[in-house]
Design a protein. Structure first.
Length: 87
């Protein structure tokens, strides 16, 4: 996130987490705080995975897609561990 600091992470994470929760159909069970947490952790997870494969760069759109992808993966993993299945 370019120069938005902590507030940018919260906004960016909230949007990414909300989109991921819509994709995984878990939005009804999540609040705004969980969306933010899932989005931020998902962004870190997605960034870590892409870095491990040597993929990087891009602007804010690439970063948003990375965060959404990581958040979807995170929600899927949590669903598998807790026994919830998505439709």
């Amino acid at each position: 996130m370019p120069s938005w600091g902590f507030l940018g992470w919260i906004i960016f994470g909230g949007i990414a987490g909300w989109i991921a929760s819509k994709i995984m159909k878990t939005d009804a069970s999540m609040g705004i705080v969980m969306n933010i947490i899932v989005g931020i952790v998902g962004g870190l997870l997605g960034g870590w995975i892409l870095t491990a494969f040597g993929v990087g760069g891009g602007g804010w759109i690439f970063s948003m897609l990375t965060a959404i992808g990581g958040a979807v993966l995170l929600l899927w993993i949590v669903g598998m561990v807790t026994g919830r299945r998505s439709a």
